[in-house]
Design a protein around this ligand. Structure first.
Ligand code: GDP
Length: 478
């Protein structure tokens, strides 16, 4: 409120819930004699963690080639609805179940790993098994990028559809290379070359046409060419991505899925991005914290250690983190809890600022009854000065008991303007319009800020409402 008042006097119309540009902050700092430092949300988290001697930049700074080891690529499957994303994810998973592997039961934990022999070397690939770009984008919106490569599934009988374009736009915006799976080639009306032709318009040019995007014709239904698709993913990873991480430190990564389990409490699938996660590690994920009590893989098997790119389901958290929350391992349990609490406080403040509503006359009556307010602030605007004065005079004559006070913080002649609304937001005032209306901007801002603007054409009407309100008798309007 105080800052808004200063801004108001500087001629800057702002409200307490509004974002300001950097220049305005500079002006504000100048005026108040402060040095302004602009901090991004990432910086803020970094700063928060610094208090606990956890350095997110450590990775970039002191990790040379000697400590970095190759990690598996993380792949998301995207594409239009019904083009076969789910079926393809099943096919990939089933194609790679090693015969006779100690009979685990397939679990949906949000991601899985498969192994593939590539040039004589067994390599792992991690698949996020929530298909579609919605989850991908939701995580990105939270600042988390887990995907290294996107498989764009296009049904060969259907061709490019709206969500195909959407998906490729999202992948391209995130700078994630795309491998195209031309699916359903078993179908009679399949036309894989048409898919290739269509996609050139979106900058995805097949290798056979001189481009650098790999296209693989597959049939998820018949398990056709699934191996070639995985091969293409690995080739794409090796061609342009430097997928390495240091496994020899405390783990860090991202929660990709989480839920409350009746028996096991909060369970979260995390993807390790660097370091190694072990049972017993103190961990904080978003605002959830705890000690890793147990870890399971996608086959329901117990895991004691998880290295970079490995998805594991973790038990032992205090609450359910959100998809896209980062997790870190701390040295002590206490630190994990403190970080979680600090983050929670930051979030609480942010949501409080968002939900803070302006007072309306009805609220005022209620607040009065609950003993929460002492003064009713009014702004009076009218068409002629005589009317404004008369209204003000009568209002101030209202006989109320000593516990409440009526304050007229501003009065004037003319339409209700944006600056009237601004003032109302600063001082939590109600605006009385006597034979005047707000202009468009003022109306929009009042609606946005929840400022109560009331219109009257007879003094008595205004008097009655205010008096009733001050006496705690105003009936809500419907
Ligand atoms: P999603 O919405 O992209 O996840 O698509 P689904 O995996 O649910 O597949 C949609 C439909 O297409 C289902 O009926 C699948 O059985 C079918 N389908 C998926 N892949 C193939 C394929 O390769 N060939 C044929 N003929 N049908 C397929």
């Amino acid at each position: 409120g105080d800052l808004v008042t200063v801004l108001f006097h500087l001629g800057e119309m702002a409200t307490a819930t509004e974002s300001l540009d950097e220049a305005t902050f500079e002006v504000l700092g100048e005026e108040l004699g402060y040095r302004i430092q602009i901090v991004s949300p990432e910086d803020e988290d970094r700063e928060l963690l610094e208090g606990f001697s956890i350095d997110l930049d450590q990775e970039a700074e002191d990790e040379g080639d000697d400590v970095l080891e190759i990690r598996p690529p993380v792949v998301t499957v995207m594409g239009h609805v019904d083009h076969g994303k789910t079926r393809l994810l099943d096919a990939i998973r089933n194609a790679n179940v090693v015969e006779g592997e100690a009979g685990g039961i397939t679990q949906h934990i949000g991601a899985y790993q498969v192994w593939h022999e590539h040039e004589g070397i067994e390599r792992a690939i991690t698949f996020i098994d929530t298909p579609g770009h919605e989850a991908f984008t939701a995580m990105r919106a939270r600042g988390a990028q887990v995907t290294d490569i996107a498989i764009l599934v296009v049904a060969a009988d259907d061709g490019i559809m709206p969500q195909t374009v959407e998906a490729l736009n999202h992948a391209q915006a995130a700078n994630v290379p795309i491998v195209v799976a031309v699916n359903k080639v078993d179908k009679e009306d399949a036309n894989p070359s048409k898919v290739r032709a269509q996609l050139t318009e979106y900058g995805l040019v097949a290798e056979e046409f001189g481009g650098d995007t790999m296209f693989v014709d597959v049939s998820a239904r018949n398990n056709l060419n699934i191996d070639s698709l995985i091969e293409a993913v690995l080739l794409t990873a090796d061609a342009g991505l430097d997928l390495r991480a240091n496994p020899n430190k405390e783990a860090r990564g991202i929660a990709i899925e989480a839920k409350l389990d009746k028996g096991r409490g909060a369970v979260a699938t995390v993807l390790i991005q660097s370091g190694t996660l072990r049972v017993g590690d103190p961990i904080v994920a978003g605002t959830a914290y705890g000690r890793v009590r147990a870890m399971l893989d996608e086959n329901g098997q117990v895991v004691t250690e998880a290295e970079p790119s490995r998805p594991v389901q973790v038990q032992g958290l205090s609450s359910v983190p959100r998809a896209g929350d980062t997790f870190i391992v701390t040295e002590e349990d206490r630190t994990a809890r403190q970080i979680a609490e600090k983050r929670e406080a930051v979030e609480r403040n942010a949501s409080l600022a968002k939900s803070r509503k302006r007072i309306s006359l009805e609220d005022f009556t209620r607040a009065l009854e609950e003993g929460k307010v002492e003064s009713l602030n009014l702004i009076i605007k009218g068409d002629v000065s005589g009317a404004v004065e008369a209204l003000e005079e009568s209002l101030l004559k209202i006989d109320v008991d000593d516990s409440v006070q009526l304050r007229i913080i501003h009065r004037g002649v003319g339409a209700i303007t944006e600056s009237d609304v601004n003032l109302a937001t600063v001082d939590n005032a109600i605006i009385i319009g006597f034979n005047v209306r707000p202009d468009t901007k003022a109306r929009e801002r009042a609606a946005r800020e929840g400022v109560d603007v009331r219109f009257y054409s007879v003094i008595y009407g205004a008097l009655e409402d205010i008096e009733n309100s001050l006496k705690g008798m105003l009936k809500p309007e419907f």
